[in-house]
Design a binder for this molecule. Sequence first.
Ligand SMILES: [Zn+2]
Length: 325
Amino acid sequence: MTSIRRHCIATLYLLLFSSTAQAWGFFGHRLINRLAVYTLPPEMIRFYKANIDYLTDNATRPDSRRTMVPGEAPRHFLDLDVYGDSALYTLPRSYADAVAQLGEDSLLRHGIVPWQVARMKGQLTAAFQAHDADRILHLSADMGHYVADACVPLHTTHNYNGQLTGQRGIHGLWESRLPELLSNSYDFFTGPAPYLDRPTDVIWAAVGRSNAAVDSVLRFERELSQKIPADRKYGFEQRGNLTVRTYSRDFAREYHQRLNGQVERQMRLAARLVGAFWYTAWVDAGQPSLDTLPRTPSEQEKQRLALEAKQAEQAPSKPVAGHEE
Ligand SMILES: [Zn+2]
């Protein structure tokens, strides 16, 4: 196997040029859903811990089905800047109002992540009320993904991969390269998940906070690129049997230092918020006992997941509207 790997080297520009579909990268999404479990109160944590591998493994499913399910792609982002400076305050919180005001085509083109999270909060509450273990798990895993996406600065701007400012590849640098290299040293203690009195406001505030960080995300990369020559900016790394061109470790470290813990803070926020949304849905459902639920997903759910994975594998990789790079 080793010799096959050694001889089977292909150079991929994957990380640099085509990772934008995967906010937080696979690594980050999995970690965030996993961390979120530990923010839950005792009444919830037994059920969620029993299913922690399900929640981890399925944290990236929404990205996998982006090209397969119509309407999936816009759920992962919101180009706040296309709506003007005060968009955070003026965009309607109700999706129906937003459609009436802006038209659904335009909305979908520029992303709908906060509306998606608000909608799923209602769905998860209903799943708790119905004591439907499969649905609780399924929605928790998916919602974790979208909440985490809302915490990524580059998921709140039209310039989502630095493509408008000559910084193509920055998306993967921020959300994949840095956490993969450095999350060992991150402090992930978030404390218990809080109950959210106004969950819709909270997810919009998270989008606002992410958007406020866009400026420094772009600026530090630009400043550093002026300082570090291209041959030191990029390097090659082995990924399985592939050699991948990516930002060098030195560049990533210096970028991390300039960002002064920003990725770590956003990751911690994401984990806490995911827990808070799960917890709030459960409280709003009347705090049903989860100890009477089946401990694992049903055979039916497992089959559904297997089918979805197979379809995603076979789906032609065609470009989808919105953050398609
Ligand atoms: Zn995503």
